[in-house]
Design a protein around this ligand. Sequence first.
Ligand code: 3EB
Length: 328
Amino acid sequence: MSKPLTEPASLLPPLRIGYESGAADALLAGPDVLAVIGFGAADVPDDPRTLRVGLRSLREAPFEVWRGIAPVRSGRHEDLRWSSDGEHMFFAIEVDEAAHGGIVGAAAHAYRMLTAFVGASGTPHLLRLWNYLDAINEGDGDAERYRQFCDGRAQGMHSGAQTRYPAATAIGRQDDVRVLQVYGLAARTPGTAIENPRQVSAWRYPRQYGPTAPTFARGMRMQSEQLLISGTAAVVGHASRHEDDLDAQIGETLTNLDSLFQQASMPERQLGTRSLLKVYVRDPADADAVEAALRRHAPDLAGLLLLAGDICRRELLVEVDGVHHAGV
Ligand code: 3EB
């Protein structure tokens, strides 16, 4: 008789992510606070647990706050900063493109640093990454900055199994600051990567989208039953849909989210009181329409952050990411 390889795992208490207003200093005073992320003009004190993302918030600008499940330690390692509660790690790195010969070198550096640091830590499983860079659609064809970013990211990522990628977002800032910003979540306990049956896995995108396919999973289910939702847009198969049609792109994005929830076996399949979303719109003039459509679909959302950002394919007008808690 052999013993089962794994005991039935009991659920971990969840990482608590919320959008909170107030002064960052006061938020940082909490002993369980892992991260306070500000947007646009937000005032963010210098602390290893903070980051100010240069995306303009199109509504009031709350902070994205992560609270851990045990007291938090934090520190710096070269140009990376981090915090950890023993189970979860927040990390952030900002890389000046010029100092690394451009966006390819900056992305390779960021990913070399963060994969080495996370991999050697007590929280070695990379679950989720957010990537923000200026002028993401600048340059034509394979010279486009997003494609160059994908190239550097793949160079810097530890070559592991080709399908064990974290969930991710990659969005363009509109601030003329050539600094790559990457932040993310790693954990002691591995997650389960989720792909979307309506979409070709990003790492299998055909050559037409660039020489180096994007390296991310569509979602990551944490052991605590939270679903980390990657940037999701009107992509079906590998193709963008509904060029120049904002409403149709939103509808397709919501259908993609439904499909992802189903694939992730989320007991509650609806966006709602347990969902927190970030919505990126290329044209700030679309903000009202996008918000109205989302609130119609999910009137009781726990939180919605509306940000001005460029989506990595020029024809896409809107993208959504977020976190959803399965609950009990
Ligand atoms: C897409 O479906 C839209 O390069 O990290 C979404 C999420 C997208 C993450 C990334 C890109 C990324 O391909 C774009």
